[in-house]
Design a protein around this ligand. Sequence first.
Ligand SMILES: [Zn+2]
Length: 127
Amino acid sequence: MQVLTRVFPVQIDDMHELSIIEGIIKITEEEVKKYEVNRIIQIRLKVGIISGIMPSLLQEYFSIASKGTVVEGAVLKIETVPLRIKCLNCECENIMENIKIKCPICKSSDLKILSGRELYIDSLEVE
Ligand SMILES: [Zn+2]
């Protein structure tokens, strides 16, 4: 068993869940060709909490779209990335439940989103 721990960006303009799954399958097929992989065991996907992507829909589309492809039978593991915000005024960093317009420490609204919007394949577990 082998784990490819490269990070694969999923570049998809259309952020619809089905398009995302098709993109993931395409990337995985390319990796399989590159590394002489027999089977994909698990795809670990990172999804930002405010990306607007619904993990349950991803799972549903994955089970349908994976049939007859290299990822058929593989587990799609979805890990949620929390919303991390940095205040550009007091420089504190906070994990937030949702997008608040003010820094919880200094109440500044000059905030930068550090994580929470991403979508990428973190690793592929293969054999
Ligand atoms: Zn602040």
